[in-house]
Design a protein around this ligand. Structure first.
Ligand SMILES: *[C@@H]1O[C@H](CO)[C@@H](O)[C@H](O)[C@H]1NC(C)=O
Length: 536
């Protein structure tokens, strides 16, 4: 990855770089490109619209010209339009039904059973949980429709896909291609069916095979890549993100795309068969929910992320242990209580801390800290903290001048941090100008400045012009600062742990305990941090 990044940077900074020509601003994309069966396909938006409109035109012509009114025995008295309107309702209703059904299931798994993330350790296992439910929901909606022929639903599906391809392409969304790619074989399948069977007969199974092949292939690939990205992400997107609903919706959407012909197919059969299919898939849904609810989300290869900070506060002289998780899996509260019982002072009452921009404890990993749901634990005070000399923090204002008539203050914030890396400062101010970029937000706001420098660089500065709060003429800016004690990172600095002091002793104990307690299903990042408050 580093090699690729370097090559990219070298290209972008070379004389062949396209960057200077991009100064005119963002240009809207004008090409459609994708890969299918190993072929890379690329064509312009113009070609795309021609292609998709032709598909829609041909489909309409074909469907209209081959429309046979229902045989007298199954007479509904519906003409072409009315008949296809019901077909369209069947297709759209199925997608809506699938989405409602999987989201109700997600709600139940998450809030009622309190078993979210049951599929986390095996990416595709969420298909087993939500697949049958999606089908049950899709089929259930068909019960509420008037009787409609298999042929009509098939044609309605073709028209809808062709229409969606055109609509999305008109909105300049290149991904419209997915509907073209699944619509085209449906047209071919309809033509094939015309050859193989008579009007008002069942649709030939060959047509199903031809029409289902491409959506199933693209749908499977789509499902694969989307789940491979999103399932691991749900372990990191925080407690508040609706992880269960995101995954359920992905299964509902990709499933609807991958097996669209399930809906015409079910209309091949009687209402009794439809009811039996619904009962079957509902039973499967209930069984899989029961099975998944006893699964553990994490295993040794797919661990829970745990963030642990040992904070030495050089202002208050206190030490705290902060623990945070970035997922909604059950059990974190219990874990935090176990940690408190084992490592905190006796009789300590554990309460969740509030995560906001003003919570400086986690500024080391700001802005990712927003995804955490942390606890703050008191630690017993130890004498040895106070004689740490090899690492220390200084925050000061130099070149400090106040322009009383303009109501502004200009200063250089100077941070000295020998032995401390990844420093971050946070403060509330109305910054008019600074050396970071040309446009600080034009309001009184919370600012976070983070520094990432090589070990051994001990100072950094930032020049700022800030507006003095009304009625204040002397400044007085509260700066919250934190950084990572370079010698106190576990397991990174395991080999020289004795240099990391008490934090490293605690981490070693903590890591061993966690490993025994949770059998290697938790991956903890343990950082020894130093922080405090300075007024400049
Ligand atoms: C350090 O202690 C001060 C005083 O109690 C507090 O205001 C500040 O938020 C603490 N900072 C950190 C990073 O713990």
């Amino acid at each position: 990855m580093a090699e690729n990044t370097l090559a990219l940077l070298q290209h972008l900074s070379s004389s062949e770089s396209p960057l200077p020509s991009l100064t005119t601003g963002y240009a809207k994309p004008t090409t459609v490109f994708f890969q299918i069966f190993g072929f890379f396909v690329i064509y312009s938006f113009k070609t795309a619209i021609t292609l998709y409109l032709s598909l829609l035109g041909f489909a309409l012509m074909f469907v209209r010209s081959t429309f046979a009114p229902p045989a007298p025995a199954v007479k509904h008295g519906r003409g072409f339009i009315a008949d296809h309107a019901v077909g369209l309702l069947a297709v759209v209703g199925a997608v809506v039904g699938a989405l409602i059904s999987v989201n109700l299931m997600a709600l139940f798994m998450d809030k009622v059973l309190n078993k979210p993330l049951s599929w986390f350790s095996i990416e595709f296992s969420c298909l087993g949980l939500y697949g049958p439910g999606a089908l049950a929901g899709a089929l259930l909606t068909q019960l509420f429709l008037p009787r409609v022929r298999e042929q009509t639903v098939f044609s309605a599906l073709l028209l809808l896909q062709a229409f969606l391809a055109c609509l999305m392409q008109f909105l300049a969304v290149g991904s419209a291609a997915v509907f073209f790619l699944s619509g085209l074989p449906l047209l071919l399948a309809s033509i094939l069916n015309k050859v193989l069977s008579k009007p008002n007969q069942d649709i030939s199974l060959w047509s199903y095979a031809l029409g289902q092949f491409i959506p199933l292939t693209i749908g499977a690939q789509l499902t694969y890549v989307v789940l491979e990205v999103f399932v691991p992400l749900t372990g990191r997107m925080g407690d508040e993100a609706p992880a269960e609903h995101i995954i359920a919706t992905i299964v509902g959407v990709t499933g609807s795309y991958a097996i669209p012909l399930a809906i015409p197919f079910i209309h091949r059969y009687s209402r009794g068969t439809l009811v039996r299919a619904i009962v079957l898939f509902s039973a499967m849904t209930a069984i899989s929910m029961a099975v998944y609810s006893v699964r553990e989300p994490f295993d040794t290869m797919h661990q829970k992320r745990l963030f642990v900070i040992h904070m030495e506060n050089i202002t208050s002289g206190e030490q705290h242990l902060h623990v945070g998780a970035a997922d909604s899996a059950p059990g974190f509260d219990d874990l935090a209580h176990d940690i408190a019982a084992k490592f905190s002072v006796s009789g300590f009452e554990l309460v969740p801390s509030v995560m906001s921009d003003w919570n400086a404890d986690w500024d080391t990993i700001y802005p990712f800290s927003a995804f955490l749901s942390p606890y703050k634990l008191d630690l017993p005070l130890r004498e040895e903290y106070f004689d740490a000399t090899e690492h220390h923090f200084t925050v000061s204002a130099v070149n400090d001048t106040i322009d009383a008539s303009a109501g502004t203050r200009s200063l250089t914030l100077k941070i000295g941090h020998p032995g401390i890396i990844w420093t971050a400062v946070a403060f509330d101010a109305h910054v008019l100008k600074w050396t970071l970029d040309n446009n600080p937000p034009d309001e009184y706001a919370r600012h976070h400045i983070k520094e990432g420098s090589f070990y051994g660089h001990d100072t950094w500065t930032v020049d700022m012009l800030i507006k003095l709060p009304p009625g204040q003429s002397t400044g007085g800016l509260r700066i919250d600062f934190v950084g990572v004690h370079e010698k106190a990172m576990w397991p990174g600095k395991k080999a020289e742990k004795e240099l990391g002091g008490r934090a490293m002793q605690l981490f070693e104990e903590f890591d061993t305990w966690l490993e025994q307690e949770k059998g290697g299903t938790i991956d903890a990042t343990l950082l020894g941090c130093v922080g405090g408050v300075a007024w400049v």
